[in-house]
Design a protein around this ligand. Sequence first.
Ligand SMILES: [Zn+2]
Length: 468
Amino acid sequence: MTAPHSLMPDYKPAPEQPVRRPARVPWFAAGLGIPLVSVALLGGPPAPESATAGQAAQAAALAGEVSATAAPATVAADPAAAAAGAVAVLPAVEPPPPPGETVRLTVRRGDSLDRLFARHDISRADLARIMQLDLAREHLRLIRPGDTISVRHEMGHVLSLDREISLTEALHVERVEDEGYRAELKARELERRPVVASGTIDSSLFEAAAAAGVSDRLIMNLAGIFAWDIDFVLDIRRGDSFRVLYEELWRDGERLGEGRILAAEFINQGESFKAFYYEDPTGRADYYDPDGRSLRKAFVRAPLSFSRISSNFNPRRRHPKLNTIRAHRGVDYAAPTGTPVKAAGDGKVIFRGRKGGYGNTVILQHGGNITTLYAHLSRFGKPRTGSRVRQGQVIGYVGATGLATGPHLHYEYRVNGVHQNPRTVKLPDAEPLDPAWLPAFREVSAALSRELDAHRPLLASQAPLPSS
Ligand SMILES: [Zn+2]
């Protein structure tokens, strides 16, 4: 019996639990009481005239003991003692479930608490009593459509009430014998369960994500982690694959959403890229490659968010509008008008205006004598000529100004005035992790890597071995 992998809360070997198991078996068996009685009786003592519930439980417990310890002789020698021992264990192992029935009340438009309780046949007199408590009144007074309140009741009489206040706090109201009700604020524990998802791209990254059961938001975050290495707009190909180890946020058996990505691998056109989340002892957290180099680089590959592929870098391409062969020294990203265009790297705006066939254009000057150019913009972002911009800052919006057949971003990357393919040019090296943290990082990343590898998809043979 192994726990589902995705539910394992840590990456370290689970502590041994030799004591727990024998204690659990009798309880479990007791839960199945009746069917196990017959098992116990097969080769055992004579059948009782009529098995009471207690006898059934004892017999079942015996059966449990037998199978757990494989020592039927002992049981036969002193069944009463064994049964007594097993029965004594029962209450301590699993307390009985709380009485009553739990319902979740969902606030509708126009609801008052009174109406909400009435609709579910929950006592409004109890509600009135609860609302006399300052703490309860403070946190129940305001309700909005969609809010939920959880009520445990017996025949409509409130035994307890719970309402989430924030991700970390909840109101808990409980019936108390003599005082009526008592209210308190409880800290809410957020459980983070590591989960691995993997997918192979057939038509689009988003479809692969959906097929893998992860949200668009998570896949956007994944793309964000690799934005310096992979052009997610133009370089994604059928057969590319990803594996991602991320946290699911759970509480009380309910999945609240997705948390952080802890580790990921993306295989793009046969090349493997890996990322590991690591927080160093000073509290600085980032994603690093297996050698401890930050994945952040001076330039992102694609200076805008996802869109449909339009054209590849090709210096002999036929320009669609002029219909003449002319060097197309840049990359075109087809995207809806208004899609934000982001600075590919830190720099300074050295041009912002109309520039012939380029239409509305922004040129940024970066370190290392690198300039980037963004053309055909429908309008400009806030940074003006002379302004400093940060990587990722919006400098304009996709459009079709100048010589453009349709809305797209024309992007150029030049080193010392010479055009380079921004999607393949070697980018300045990533910032490494402080060497002092390297041993600790290697330990963490090795554990994360093992976790990822345990979930290698069926297509593993296609994946190249990761470089070390
Ligand atoms: Zn172009």
